[in-house]
Design a protein around this ligand. Structure first.
Ligand SMILES: [Fe+2]
Length: 284
């Protein structure tokens, strides 16, 4: 079996989240964050920056509870803003409403600047913007990412207007997952799915398609005894990765070579589970 690489244009397309109370979640995602509804379908609501397709987030009300076990799944999903001024505008909005929202932190990762918050179901959300690629530091295929404090004052000074929701061009830049075993992760995401391992740090591995810093991050920070992902809990149901039709066919061959079970879905897409039973849909 030769080395398999996912195509450079592969990217995270959307996250599907299970929530306990759709009205409570919409209060947060719509009224506070400013997402707009693309469509309602049965018990799910689909959200995008401008109310037009494609959606970025799907919320489904389920008979779930917040987990009281340590399960593999979402550490956070990350909403990528087009420009630094957008992050500055969001920061001002957040600080004005800080009492209503759980803020996890602020970080300068060198490749990006990031704000971490939590939704009503304790689902982690990163809101971030990238620095110019020319500022990223690569060494032998590994990109340098720091955990420095964010320049909050400097960012606040770049705010241009009051927050009016996410600008067009906002995407899901990456997902960050709790997993049980990094060696297994590397085998699955790198050897089988063909993502490049772009960075490693204590208990964490980062993977990307093309020349991005990372589309998928994984960590074992919950400990080794983490249980498999459980889509009956509030949190991640699945995330989707967009690839071309040809790439999907190549990937299906690769999954078959490795005996990874897959389910064919409508619209030229498949669903698979990773090594920790986290559900991934590849769509083309
Ligand atoms: Fe992240």
């Amino acid at each position: 079996m030769g080395s398999f690489q996912i195509e450079p244009s592969a990217k995270i397309d959307s996250v599907h989240l299970n929530v306990c109370n759709i009205d409570q979640s919409l209060q947060f995602y719509k009224s506070f964050l400013g997402f707009k509804i693309v469509k309602n379908k049965s018990s799910s609501v689909f959200l995008s920056p401008d109310g037009k397709p494609p959606y970025l987030i799907a919320l489904t009300e389920t008979m779930t509870k917040n987990p009281n076990t340590k399960n593999a799944g979402l550490y956070h999903f990350a909403v990528l803003l087009p420009q630094r001024k957008d992050l500055a505008n969001f920061l001002s909005h957040l600080l004005q409403h800080g009492d209503d929202v759980r803020i996890d932190g602020f970080s300068d990762h060198l490749v990006s600047e990031a704000i971490y918050i939590r939704d009503p179901n304790d689902i982690g959300i990163e809101i971030y913007c990238d620095r110019k690629k020319s500022a990223w530091e690569w060494d032998n295929g590994q990109v340098r990412m720091t955990l420095d404090p964010l320049d909050i004052k400097g960012l606040q000074n770049d705010a241009t207007q009051s927050w009016d929701g996410f600008p067009t061009g906002t995407t899901i830049g990456h997902v960050h997952l709790h997993v049980s075993d990094l060696a297994e992760v590397k085998k699955f995401y790198s050897e089988i799915l063909g993502f490049k391992n772009t960075a490693s740090m204590k208990g964490a591995l980062f993977f990307a398609a093309g020349d991005y810093h990372h589309h998928i991050a994984t960590n074992t920070w919950l400990g080794k005894d983490v249980q498999p992902a459980n889509s009956h809990l509030a949190g991640l149901d699945y995330f989707t990765i967009k690839i071309s039709h040809d790439m999907l066919n190549d990937l299906i061959k690769k999954l078959n070579e490795h005996n990874v079970p897959l389910t064919r879905l409508e619209d030229n897409s498949i669903s698979i589970f990773d090594q920790d039973k986290i559900s991934i849909h590849f769509i083309s």
